[in-house]
Design a protein around this ligand. Structure first.
Ligand SMILES: [Zn+2]
Length: 60
C-alpha cells in the first residue's frame, strides 16, 4: 500500500493515509487536509507530499 503519514506532512496529526496508488493517496490527503486542517493542497505541496509517500503494508 502507498502510505503517507499526515504527521510527516507537517501536521500534528496521527492520521495515516493509505491507498493503492500515489494518485489516490494524494486525493485522500487533499480531502483530509481540507476537511481536518483547513489547508488546501496546492500542486507544489502535492509534489512535496508525493516524495513522502512510502510503501508499507496495509494497516487499516
Ligand atoms: Zn491530518
Amino acid at each position: 500500500m502507498k502510505t503517507l503519514h499526515c504527521r510527516e506532512a507537517g501536521f500534528d496529526c496521527d492520521t495515516i493515509i493509505q491507498a493503492n496508488t500515489e494518485y489516490q493517496v494524494l486525493e485522500l490527503v487533499s480531502k483530509h487536509a481540507l476537511e481536518v486542517h483547513e489547508v488546501a493542497i496546492t500542486p507544489e505541496l502535492a509534489e512535496q507530499l508525493r516524495t513522502m509517500i512510502r510503501e508499507e503494508k496495509e494497516i487499516i
